[in-house]
Design a protein around this ligand. Structure first.
Ligand SMILES: [Zn+2]
Length: 187
């Protein structure tokens, strides 16, 4: 069913993201400031891989919680034409500021919508992880097999974890704290 749904991360301005080897990005930043901040949560989430997980099938309504947290983080969410043709949603990562999600309005079940929102918000977390200058995988592990080829490590992380809204919600809550902390230190 999800084969019909294509998500993609739309990176504007951020260069040379597309041409850079993702492993190189990862190696350069073995542990980012954001990763250090969420480490305990991430460790707990990763430790629960394979065991009980709250999924979009269990609680599709978690999408609403993710969206309201996203609003607090400053993520703009709009329905309309995603920035890449043929995609159901895109996240546009602006340089130096939080980005914008555009999703296509088409009939979909709450479970599918939940996965779509969870997927895009994993990119928001990746963007925060890259200090809003890059989009770097946050280190979410998955019990799903990775034999499928993804266009990037960022997409791989988002696809394999898009049915984990609770985990993403926990990380977004931490992200909000992180953002407030950084705003205070920047003042
Ligand atoms: Zn994506």
């Amino acid at each position: 069913m999800f084969k019909l749904i294509r998500f993609i991360l739309y990176i504007s301005i951020i260069l040379p993201f597309a041409s850079l080897n993702n492993n190189a990005i990862y190696a350069l930043e073995s542990q980012t400031k954001f990763e250090k901040f969420v480490k305990l949560n991430l460790d707990l989430i990763n430790a629960s891989v394979g065991s009980f997980q709250v999924t979009c099938d269990d609680h599709p309504g978690l999408a609403t919680d993710i969206l309201s947290l996203g609003k607090k983080l400053g993520v703009e969410v709009a329905s309309g034409q995603p920035l890449l043709p043929g995609k159901d949603a895109t996240y546009e990562a602006f340089r130096g500021r939080i980005g914008k999600i555009i999703f296509k309005e088409r009939p979909m079940t709450p479970e599918v919508f939940c996965q779509l929102i969870t997927h895009e918000f994993i990119h928001v977390l990746q963007h925060l992880n890259g200090d809003l200058k890059a989009v770097i995988p946050i280190g979410l592990q998955s019990s799903k097999s990775t034999f499928k080829q993804y266009t990037s490590l960022q997409e791989q992380e988002a696809y394999l974890n898009q049915n984990r809204p609770k985990a993403v919600l926990v990380l977004l809550l931490r992200a909000l704290e992180y953002q407030k902390l950084n705003q205070n230190t920047n003042q």
